[in-house]
Write a protein that binds this ligand. Structure first.
Ligand SMILES: O=C(O)CCC(=O)C(=O)O
Ligand SMILES: [Fe+2]
Length: 558
């Protein structure tokens, strides 16, 4: 298992086009209906015809128009990227929404990805429901008479557009204003940071080259990503605490200064719970170990930075406080998202944001990516879309260097976040960095966190060993061939915090269990079978990964 994976940049958008907000001539009038260019709407039909002809003249897409108010072809006329506007075509107010969208899009500087679907088109609607995972309840809303709604590519709905089309217009404009990096910009980042980091084996935090590169990356692009970040059992314990709070409805809705309904669907759709470090609850013990791990890593990056990126070193050394840990869930059923923001645009003292994602088996298409932008409060150029993968750390500057948003998610999406402060903030419970010491132990891990059911009791001897190992929260283990004097000497030269296990001793079965059942099974053929596979000296990481032939890879021993 590689310790690092370069995150993929999904869906590189088309190049070019200056992002900017188009002037738009529409205002809401007191009556609850709305006016366009100061002219009261005529009949929906006439206005639609007008919209079509205007669009034909001005359409920048150059493709044939996708919306038809008469008979439809059987193939659905929307693509996976389209925002689909579903409306009651017999309703004037609903038709006006379509007109507004067509007009606004015709003026857009870039192609607007949308399609229009009358709610009477049952077969296309069924296809839409299938592709975007819409529920029956959602379908009912879409087919309500006199209504217009929009379905985002993620499946999120924007409803009641007949009362106010602005939430949709804003969403569409926002989408056209996004700018994606050019391929060579992306390649440069990939080659400079992610390729070399991916090629490094072993515990990244022990490798000076990795730390140097991470320090440089934080300096030059403002964020770093480290996969397989926490010891596996710590990540599991964090996920279990997070899920328990969510399932027991112990979480509150995330709030922002922007209000909750800024754009028609909630501005921020997560639920969360803050957990402090008094160690009095399971969750608190868990986050204490978690935050200690993050702090050590952040400080190690800061140390490395002193030669390669002095500004980063200075900044990291100015960190004095940490927030409580925020456990979040973005519920898939609401297609939750969090609109573009920065974590410290108002001088709230935050310097660095550290997040660990806790989502196993995350697939492309599940959504929930963290979209990072280039610096600047108003910059709409996307730097990267980071998938919220299992046990992935994302660290970035909390200020205007890192505007970001959470894209709408289809699956419950879990994360743990802590903010590091270089200035105190009396309105928030802060604790001093370095004030926690939990040793290297993590809270005990549950056996299974993918659902609420518990795993079967272990049946085989190897499984028993595994269960015991999970309970004992293991750290690094160095295995060596005790019959080889050179290996004994080499193993003794190692850091004293690492557990050493002689492959010829009685402890070996239990210790090797950390590496997983195949290794324990191999041991049944004798220590030589294991040595043949992994060499006379090898390291087992807390996540079970085995780094073979340590006698040749000397960095492992440093
Ligand atoms: O969960 C995430 O990826 C980021 C959440 C976020 O931006 C925030 O809570 O400020
Ligand atoms: Fe944020």
């Amino acid at each position: 298992m590689a310790l690092m994976h370069a995150p993929s940049l999904r869906a590189l958008g088309p190049d070019g086009g200056t992002p900017g907000i188009q002037r738009f001539h529409m205002r809401r009038v007191a009556s609850g209906s709305w006016m366009k260019s100061g002219v009261q709407m005529g009949s929906a039909f006439v206005m639609m015809q007008h919209a079509i002809s205007t669009l034909r003249k001005t359409n920048r897409r150059g493709d044939s128009h996708r919306f038809s108010i008469t008979a439809r072809a059987s193939a659905p006329s929307f693509t996976a990227n389209d925002v689909v506007v579903v409306y009651d075509r017999n309703s004037k107010v609903a038709g006006e929404v379509v007109v507004a969208v067509e007009k606004d899009s015709a003026m857009a500087p870039k192609k607007v990805d949308y399609a229009v679907l009358p709610s009477s088109d049952a077969s296309s609607l069924a296809e839409l429901a299938r592709q975007r995972g819409l529920t029956e309840k959602e379908m009912k809303r879409l087919t309500k008479t006199h209504s217009a709604s929009a379905v985002l590519p993620s499946g999120a709905l924007i409803q009641n557009l007949e009362l106010d089309p602005w939430p949709l217009l804003r969403e569409l404009r926002y989408r056209t204003c996004l700018e994606y990096p050019k391929l060579d910009e992306w390649k440069e980042m990939e080659e400079k940071y992610f390729v070399p980091l991916r090629s490094m084996k072993g515990p990244w935090w022990k490798q000076p080259e990795a730390l140097d590169l991470l320090a440089k990356q934080l300096d030059e692009v403002g964020f770093v990503i480290i996969d397989d970040f926490l010891p596996e059992n710590m990540a599991r314990a964090m996920k279990a605490s997070n899920m328990k709070l969510y399932e027991e409805s112990e979480m509150q809705e995330g709030a922002t200064t922007g209000g909750s309904e800024r754009v028609g669907i909630p501005h921020r759709g997560d639920v969360l719970k803050w957990i402090g470090y008094d160690g009095e609850s399971e969750a608190s013990r868990c986050v204490s170990a978690f935050v200690e791990h993050i702090e050590q890593s952040m400080l190690a990056i800061g140390d490395a930075a002193s030669t390669v990126a002095p500004e980063v070193a200075r900044a990291v050394s100015s960190v004095k406080w940490r927030s409580e840990t925020m456990l979040t869930c973005y519920p898939g059923k609401n297609r939750a998202r969090y609109f573009r923001h920065t974590d410290n645009s108002s001088g709230n003292g935050r310097l660095l944001t550290a997040l660990v994602y806790l989502n196993e088996n995350w697939q492309q298409g599940d959504g929930g990516e963290l979209r990072l932008f280039y610096p600047g409060e108003k910059n709409l150029k996307v730097r990267m879309e980071v998938e919220p993968l299992w046990n992935r750390l994302l660290l970035f500057w909390s200020d205007d260097r890192s505007p970001h948003e959470v894209l709408s998610t289809c699956k419950d999406r879990f994360a743990a976040t802590v903010w590091f402060y270089d200035q105190t903030n009396p309105t928030i419970p802060l604790t001093e960095v370095g004030s926690i010491s939990t040793g290297s132990a993590a809270a005990p891990a549950p056996l299974d966190d993918s659902d609420t059911t518990q795993k079967q009791a272990p049946e085989t001897p190897a499984a028993e060993v595994m269960a015991k190992v999970e309970e004992t929260a293991p750290g690094l283990i160095l295995f060596y061939d005790g019959s080889d004097a050179e290996m004994v000497e080499l193993s003794e030269s190692l850091d004293a915090t690492c557990r050493r296990v002689d492959l010829r001793s009685g402890d070996v079965e239990e210790a090797l269990g950390q590496a997983g059942e195949p290794w324990v099974t191999m041991l049944a053929d004798g220590a030589d079978a294991v040595i043949q596979e992994a060499g006379p000296l090898f390291l087992c990481l807390p996540n079970g990964e085995v780094l073979k032939n340590g006698q040749k890879e000397r960095w492992m021993l440093e």
